[in-house]
Design a protein around this ligand. Structure first.
Ligand code: C5P
Length: 222
């Protein structure tokens, strides 16, 4: 069967990675989490105390380090220069500042180049904000996942709880809304639905229902 590229975009905490992983598993495709790449850069910048508004310094940092994604049976691992940063990049310090790093043209150019190399062979499910619009504009399947802010905050709250820590639901709502605003209003490849993407509002859907809906769309295209 022909291998295709599947682009999944949408706002923060819309369930993109959970669903993308399931779709990739089912199809024996590779899952590529582009958000993890921006998070890894942000983590490095914070650690090295690089000014997050200094575009050139960030670019230099990216050029002189490696970010690798590895699929294991326990999920995806993220490495910066061979160091496992999988947990670190999900912490609040990174989550709440990644959108500042991701707005720079030089940062995006380099990330997009790397993502396009990863997608060149097809057989990929890639999730992010600009996959259908910029990274793989010719992807055979483009999905735009949506859910209300309340629902997304609630899901993140439950996810955090299951990992053993409590969070403030109102605080989560504010953080998610703020990140959406920054990602949607930035000048370089903002978060927007590609004209030919299929929007799925997941507010009242389960993970399995969303996965099935995407697999049905894929079947029609293959
Ligand atoms: O998907 P995730 O929430 O991990 O993404 C973290 C941040 O990385 C997003 O809020 C956005 O600022 C940035 N990002 C991006 N383009 C992508 C993926 C992520 O700008 N393709």
């Amino acid at each position: 069967k022909k291998k295709i590229a599947i682009a999944i975009d949408g706002p923060a905490a819309a369930g993109k990675s959970t669903v993308a992983k399931k779709v990739a598993n089912k199809l024996h495709y590779i899952y590529i989490d582009t958000g993890a790449m921006y998070r890894a850069v942000t983590f490095q910048a914070l650690e090295k105390e690089v000014d997050l508004t200094d575009e050139k310094a960030l670019f230099h940092l990216i050029k002189n380090s490696s970010v690798t994604l590895e699929q294991t049976e326990f999920g995806q691992k993220v490495y910066v220069d061979q160091r496992d940063v999988t947990e670190e990049i999900r912490k609040a310090a990174v989550t709440n500042q990644v959108s500042i790093v991701a707005q720079h043209a030089l940062v995006r150019e380099e990330m997009v180049k790397r993502q396009q190399e990863l997608a060149a062979e097809r057989g990929v499910v890639m999730d992010g904000r600009d996959i259908g619009t910029h990274v793989i504009p010719d992807a055979e399947v483009k999905i735009f996942l949506l859910a209300s802010v309340d629902e997304r905050a609630e899901r993140r709250y439950q996810e955090n709880r299951s990992k053993g820590y409590n969070s403030d639901l109102d605080q989560l709502k504010l953080e998610i809304a703020k990140r959406d605003k920054l990602d949607s209003e930035r000048e370089v490849s903002p978060l927007i639905k590609a004209d030919d993407a299929i929007a799925i509002d997941t507010t009242a859907m389960s993970i399995n229902e969303v996965t099935q809906a995407i697999l049905t769309i894929v079947k029609q295209k293959k």
